[in-house]
Design a protein around this ligand. Structure first.
Ligand code: PEP
Length: 255
């Protein structure tokens, strides 16, 4: 059984007071309503990680995660946050390679490979984002493009380390646009990626990897997406800012 994961990406939103309200609501609703087999991750801004972590009961299925990390262990990188820093405050999940990082901060596959290595080295779980632009999809190159993102950033890992990765397929044209990939489009990509992983490693390894879908996942489309055989969860932007919506998505797995 692959892990079911619903991860929120709050991006650069919420003041401290708002963040605490949102996190408290998510935690309370999750405890009452979400099956403990579903892992929930709140991807908060760095500045709230510790405060949100303090609100979360230990040993459960709710976690706080970071949205990024630096690719070096330490040094003269003003304003950056390192993997050992995150580890030292008890963070377990870190989003890497979000399309906004790739676009605005020019992060490339090689740099992301370094981030992944560090995270695994420090015993943390990378939520590795991949996905194509509309232009690439229209040209019909989307499957190869995303496969190559995995090849260049992840396929240097040993099978043992690869199993620690969570993948989030996020078509860029669906992020924050209100346009969602159809469940068939999501399934096609997820299945392609799983086959790609099986080809590089083994089917047993591929069958263990959780592949999340991200891109305007909402309460009204989550159940259709999560019903697909290779869609194991969601990475949620906009809807993670509303506790009710985030929790309703987490309750959308087929019975
Ligand atoms: C995201 O940024 O990862 C994302 C999926 O955003 P949204 O849900 O708003 O499309």
């Amino acid at each position: 059984m692959r892990k079911k994961i619903i991860a929120g990406n709050w991006k650069m939103n919420k003041t401290q007071e708002e963040a605490m309200v949102l996190a408290s609501e998510v935690i309370h609703m999750a405890q009452d309503e979400v099956d403990s087999s579903v892992i929930l991750v709140m991807g908060t801004p760095f500045i709230y990680l510790q405060a949100v972590k303090k609100l979360i009961p230990a040993g459960g299925h709710i976690f706080v995660g970071a949205q990024n990390c630096h690719s070096e262990v330490s040094g003269a990188f003003t304003g950056e946050v390192s993997v050992p820093m995150l580890r030292s405050v008890g963070i377990e999940y870190v989003i890497v390679g979000h399309s906004e990082r790739r676009e605005y901060f020019k992060e490339d596959n090689a740099q992301l490979a370094k981030k992944v290595d560090l995270l695994i080295g420090y015993g943390m779980t990378p939520l590795f984002c991949c996905g194509e632009s509309l232009e690439i999809r229209k040209a019909g190159n989307h499957l190869d493009f995303v496969k190559n993102q995995l090849t260049e950033s992840l396929f240097h890992l040993s099978a043992q380390d690869f199993e620690k990765i969570v993948i989030a397929y996020e078509p860029i044209w669906a992020i924050g646009t209100g346009e969602t990939a159809t469940s068939a489009q999501a399934q096609e990509m997820h299945q392609t990626l799983r086959k790609h992983i099986a080809h590089q490693y083994t089917q047993t390894v591929a069958d263990k990897i959780s592949i999340l879908y991200g891109g305007s996942m909402k309460p009204n489309n989550a159940s259709e997406l999560l019903a697909e055989a290779d869609v194991d969860g969601g990475l949620i932007g906009g809807a993670s800012l509303i506790a009710r919506d985030f929790i309703d998505i987490a309750k959308s797995y087929p019975a």
